[in-house]
Design a protein around this ligand. Structure first.
Ligand SMILES: Nc1nc2c(c(=O)[nH]1)N[C@H]1C(S)=C(S)[C@@H](COP(=O)(O)O)O[C@H]1N2
Ligand SMILES: [Mo]
Length: 884
């Protein structure tokens, strides 16, 4: 059965004379001249938007997400789970709509939630133009629509990740899996960017236009930049658009205002536009630096993570698109009946290039490139050129003078079915007017962007049928020859699409490499609903979910090293991310004991919405930390204390806000690794006093990577975050709390003590320091403190000045011991590592009288282990020890 649904059959080709779709009432052409000339233009038929039905129902999957107010089309394929919304249409559905894509099927790439703009507020939407300009100004959308000439142009947007799934099958990149439908075309209506910039008058030396959207993301607002001289060049067609196919932009596409940067990757077309800033340097926005780049192919994910220089090199930033093409028909898994088909089959698809360069040829081979045949190309965009000057969708269409091509074109070629039956595959490749051609082989790179090797469809003879197979299917959908070849042991990077070349050893099929720790109990069949789970959102019997499985934390409340609070905080929630990030394999192996059943599908979906983002309209509270939800705090200042030590200051919601952290407890901090995008969570004890208002300080030792040794993921990622960016906090956690004057609680059981022995190594001093400071600051507190603090070098000792200061003022209740493994010659303190000999000498049980002493220990795992052993051997009991 042939599956040819050509453009001609869509009714956009000959029948329709130009009838304008409804125009947005706000937009009026301002140029009188354009109006009058319109009447002289000869009638030329141009492709008009396909019928569009704006979705009206919020889909169930979206309801629990921050986009829970936004109706969407259920046909779109979700590429990053439920949220954020990153989607492409099924490839055939996209192509079948014809040259223009309806807004509901137009691909979407959202880094976060969609900012809301009510219809009534559209005219008042403001954006600013500033930076290196003579006349900075802000403009409302109303002014943009009335004071400037409105233009309408057809433009294809393409995400730089289009076709990335193919890269991911070869080797996982740092991006999600786009199929070949990460592109769409629409008539955009708005103002030429150069008209706006000229009003602001860029100053000498200005070279870039930075743009910023209204979507606040984990690393700041989305933003990027383009070259100023390109923005001023009318040939490049850059615009600020409010209309799309004759209607107001829809929320997912930037309502009410976006940049549209033709011929460049979609990432430059900033949506929900709030700012244009003219600068001498490219944007320093996090998303400009860590996104939309093609790093050299030999740069591995690890290398790129270890050396930020790769990301700072502007040569690797992508602007213009490169030539690309894909076959749409035959579709993936399409079958062609040999005995009941016409003699010829029309193979067809799309092609595009960048920078305004026209696709000048599309070639097809049935013999892996030995011989090629030339396909026909249809340039629907040219029909708008031929139409001359006229009004369209509330803007002037004036493309006759412009030679640049900013839209996809459609290629097709009729091939005798008998030849298809004799071939193993069909390849398509395209070339543009600069003779740039798609490469034969894939250029793999860390972000998997700009993937454009020859697009290959394989042909399988199955009885009386031919079955066709595309390279991949989008997202996690199985299917495609790449996955099949790889599973069968083929090496996709062997220069021959993974097929065995004569003499090559037959590879063995890939086996599962990572042995996951099993966290479930066998034979459990119990299925719980979301309501069952929510009933256990309690302190007494907390249930929580990890990887869709339900666990009962009740019996672990007392023994949990993170304190009961951290289990109670997860009650009734999906704790997968934190659990997986924080726990060791040993901890994971304990999980089957607490496993009680599985959460049903509906429950999983309900939880999948993840955490609702904090309500931006919520009244700020007096306390910053929330045990059950992550709170964002802005990195306010960064101070270098030594070569590897930093003091980070984070800004709370407002100046009068307290942190809400009991002395001796910790906060969890969460961020996304800027390079790998992996979520990292660690717990820290702040350095600032627990009662400080408005700000929070964290003292961090950065564990830098060194040759042959990986450093700390979290500390390095924190160090890379620029000022003004966010990091997430949650808490408090910890089983210990110091109430003051010798009173403390361990797992909520109160006890009174007369002395603390505090043993710490490296940055383990921070929780110790919190308690120590509380004791020292209170003149009435009689508790005695002995600190045994181990480090390598003298300069490694954290908080030394603070510790010394308190010790000097409180000689009667405090003893401060430092030991160094690599002391300088004039060192008068202790020498050697913290181990049995030092512990026996300074921390002996007999020197601390009755059962009213406690040992607080914090340091690297190896230190804690050896200290534990040494302490038990000199009479201490586990009950006296507290490991942070
Ligand atoms: N403000 C903002 N603008 C943005 C993005 C975003 O997440 N936020 N994504 C960019 C990327 S990577 C692409 S490919 C295009 C996608 O535009 P669309 O969703 O309208 O198809 O928007 C770009 N503009
Ligand atoms: Mo993109």
């Amino acid at each position: 059965m042939e599956h040819n649904t050509a453009m001609e059959e869509q009714g956009y080709d000959g029948q329709e004379s130009i009838e304008l779709p409804p125009t947005p009432p706000q937009s009026k052409p301002v140029s009188e001249k354009a109006e009058s000339e319109t009447h002289e233009t000869p009638e030329v038929e141009i492709p008009l938007p396909p019928p569009s039905i704006e979705p009206t129902e919020v889909l169930n999957v979206d309801k629990k997400t921050p986009d829970g107010w936004l109706p969407r089309d259920p046909r779109l394929i979700r590429l990053t789970g439920v949220h954020p919304f990153n989607v492409e249409a099924p490839l055939s559905a996209l192509y079948d709509e014809g040259f223009l894509t309806s807004p509901e099927l137009f691909y979407v790439r959202n880094h976060g939630h969609v900012p809301q703009c009510a219809d009534a507020d559209i005219p008042d939407w403001e954006f600013s133009v500033g930076g290196m300009v003579e006349h900075p100004f802000t403009l409302t959308l109303r002014e943009l629509m009335t004071e400037f000439e409105q233009k309408t142009y057809p433009i294809t947007l393409v995400c730089a990740g289009n076709r990335r799934k193919e890269q991911n099958v070869v080797r996982k990149t740092k991006g999600f899996s786009w199929g070949a439908a990460g592109l769409s075309t629409a008539l955009f209506t708005g103002v030429i960017m150069g008209d706006i910039l000229r009003r602001a008058k860029p100053k000498r030396g200005a070279k870039y236009v930075c743009m910023e959207g209204a979507d606040k993301l984990p690393n700041g607002f989305y933003g990027t930049s383009v070259k100023l001289n390109w923005a001023l060049d009318p040939n490049r067609g850059m615009m600020l658009a409010h209309g799309m196919n004759g209607e107001m932009l829809r929320p997912d596409h930037g309502k009410p205002l976006r940049a549209v940067i033709p011929g460049q990757i979609g990432g430059r077309s900033v949506k929900w536009l709030k700012k244009l800033i003219i600068t001498a340097e490219p944007s320093d926005n996090w998303y400009h630096i860590y996104d939309n780049r093609v790093l050299p192919t030999m740069v591995s994910p690890e290398e790129s993570a270890n050396h930020p220089k790769w990301w700072m090199d502007e040569r690797y930033a992508i602007y213009d698109l490169s030539p690309n093409s894909a076959t749409v028909y035959p579709a993936h898994d399409e079958r062609l009946c040999l005995s009941a088909s016409p003699d010829r089959y029309r193979v067809k698809g799309y092609a595009y290039s960048g920078g305004g360069r026209r696709i000048t040829r599309c070639e097809v081979t049935l013999d892996k490139g030995k011989t090629w045949r030339l396909a026909n190309i249809e340039y629907a965009e040219d029909r708008y050129r031929d139409a001359g000057l006229r009004q369209l969708c509330g803007g002037t269409l004036d493309m006759e003078w412009r030679e640049t091509s900013f839209c996809w074109s459609f290629w097709s070629i009729d091939i005798p079915v008998s030849e298809l039956a004799d071939a193993n595959d069909i390849f398509i490749r395209s070339m543009d007017e600069s003779m740039n051609m798609q490469p034969r082989d894939m250029y793999w790179s860390v972000l998997g962007m700009m993937n454009n090797p020859w697009f290959r469809v394989t042909i399988h003879k199955e009885g009386d049928f031919l079955r066709f197979e595309h390279p991949t299917q989008p997202a996690l959908m199985p299917g495609g020859w790449m996955e099949r070849v790889k599973k069968a042991g083929g090496n996709l990077a062997n220069g021959f699409w993974g097929e065995s070349i004569g003499g090559e050893e037959v590879a063995t099929p890939e086996t599962e490499v990572v042995a996951e720790i099993k966290m479930t109990k066998d034979g459990l069949e119990k299925v719980f609903t979301i309501d069952d789970l929510r009933k256990h959102d309690t302190e007494e019997a907390p249930w929580f979910v990890v990887n869709g499985e339900v666990y009962d934390g009740t019996n672990f409340l007392k023994g949990h090293p993170g304190g009961a609070q951290s289990i109670v905080s997860a009650a009734g929630m999906d704790a997968t991310d934190e659990f997986m990030a924080i726990h060791s394999e040993t901890a994971k192996a304990m999980m089957p004991d607490y496993h009680i059943g599985t959460l049903d599908e509906e429950g999983r979906t309900a939880l999948a919405g993840g955490e609702a983002e904090p309500d931006p309209n919520a009244e700020p509270t007096g306390i910053f930390l929330q045990p059950k939800s992550w709170k964002k705090a802005l990195l306010h200042a960064k101070k270098t204390i030594s070569w590897d030590t930093r003091l980070f200051t984070y800004k709370l919601d407002h100046d009068e806000q307290g942190l809400g952290l009991p002395t001796g407890q910790h906060v969890m901090m969460r961020l996304r690794d800027p390079v790998t995008r992996e979520t990292i969570i660690r717990s820290y004890t702040p350095y600032s006093e627990t009662n400080q208002k408005g700000f929070l300080d964290v003292l961090i030792k950065v564990y830098f990577d060194s040759p042959g040794k990986k450093g700390g993921k979290m500390s390095q990622a924190m160090n890379l975050l620029p000022i003004g960016h966010f990091i997430d906090f949650k808490g408090p956690i910890g089983k210990f709390e110091y109430l003051g004057r010798g009173r403390c609680t361990v797992n909520n059981v109160e006890r009174n003590i007369k002395s603390f022995i505090m043993i710490c190594g490296g940055s383990g001093v921070t929780p110790i320091y919190q308690v120590f400071r509380a004791v020292m600051q209170d003149r009435e507190d009689q508790t005695k403190c002995t600190i045994l603090n181990g480090n390598r070098l003298h300069e490694d000792i954290l908080c030394k000045a603070d510790l010394d200061g308190y010790a000097k003022d409180n000689e009667e209740k405090c003893k401060l011991l430092y030991t160094l493994t690599q002391p300088p010659d004039d060192w008068t303190g202790l020498r050697g590592r913290i181990a049995a000999p030092l512990i026996e000498e300074h921390c002996h049980r007999r020197d601390y009288g009755d059962g009213s002493a406690m040992v607080l220990i914090c340091g690297p795992e190896a230190l804690e282990k050896s200290v534990h052993k040494a302490l038990l051997s000199i009479g201490w009991e586990d009950n006296d020890l507290l490991f942070f």
